[in-house]
Design a protein around this ligand. Structure first.
Ligand SMILES: Nc1ncnc2c1ncn2[C@@H]1O[C@H](COP(=O)(O)OP(=O)(O)OP(=O)(O)O)[C@@H](O)[C@H]1O
Length: 253
């Protein structure tokens, strides 16, 4: 599924948060959005998953204006793993994952054996099968994040939008989560803070600064010493590892 945005502007309060954002994500591409705190990454992703309406500009999914899709239809196309996933109700882990099936069901339609099968498969994919009966609220931050990924996988969407998906995860689970997502072989758009993780998994990267795209390209093209200095005001050394990926080694401030 391809995804494009054209001239996306967002104003919040008196501030222009996003300024004319154009992106072009091809079918099955894994695209990272990087940029400092407050640069507009989450705001942009919220426009894509329809929590926020841009003040101007258009989002195209499979070359059709997003506004012309029914909300439920959008949920079959795009699933989301966002930064904050607390719920006010204490559902079990299995229930949380089954919620991912709701775009495929009619109102009040009960979960069937196929839904349960999919939910258990997705829990297994993220290594959380043994937690299925636990209450979601009792899980650690990292465990919650893995359950939320399982819920997104259960949605069986063609595009996954991730907002800092590796928040709370230790390094093994950061790599595992990104690896699971990569192997889905679907279109992925992900805000990523860790530039080495971005380098390992992204096909393309958009770098945001103050609400504008200032760089776009492969990790090798974008993750240069100059760009990192420009965006984050941090000095670093770039080393190319044996697998051909760039590795960023930061200098202390
Ligand atoms: N409702 C709002 N009203 C006013 N300003 C807002 C609102 N929501 C977000 N902002 C501002 O918009 C800017 C962009 O926020 P956003 O969350 O998109 O940044 P981000 O790049 O995702 O940051 P982070 O890396 O910290 O998650 C921030 O300066 C934020 O304070």
């Amino acid at each position: 599924m391809n995804l494009k945005t054209k001239d996306i502007d967002v104003l919040l309060g008196n501030n222009q948060i996003l300024k004319s954002i154009d992106i072009n994500v091809k079918n099955k591409e894994f695209v990272g959005i990087i940029g400092p705190n407050g640069s507009g990454k989450s705001t942009f992703l919220k426009c894509i998953y329809r929590v926020l309406k841009p003040n101007s500009g258009t989002i195209f999914i499979q070359n059709k204006n997003l506004n012309n899709y029914h909300v439920k239809e959008t949920a079959k196309l795009i699933s989301v793993v966002s930064q904050y996933n607390d719920t006010q109700f204490d559902f079990t882990v299995l229930d949380m994952v089954l919620f991912g099936r709701s775009p495929h069901k009619k109102i009040f339609e009960k979960d069937n054996s196929e839904d349960l099968k999919i939910a258990y498969e997705c829990l297994e994919q993220v290594g959380m099968t043994n937690y299925s009966k636990r209450n979601f609220s009792t899980l650690s931050g990292g465990e919650k994040q893995r359950v939320i990924l399982a819920r997104a996988l259960a949605q069986k969407a063609k595009c996954l939008v991730l907002d800092e998906p590796t928040n709370h995860l230790d390094i093994k689970y950061q790599l595992q989560l990104m690896d699971i997502v990569k192997k889905l072989n679907i279109t992925v758009v992900s805000a990523i803070h860790d530039l080495n993780i971005a380098s390992l998994f992204c096909d393309k990267i958009y770098a945001l600064k103050e609400g504008r795209v200032i760089e776009y390209g492969t990790p090798k093209e974008v993750l240069t010493r100059e760009t990192i200095k420009n965006i984050y005001d941090v000095d670093c050394k770039i080393v190319e590892s044996e697998n051909g990926k760039v590795n960023i080694i930061y200098n202390p401030l």
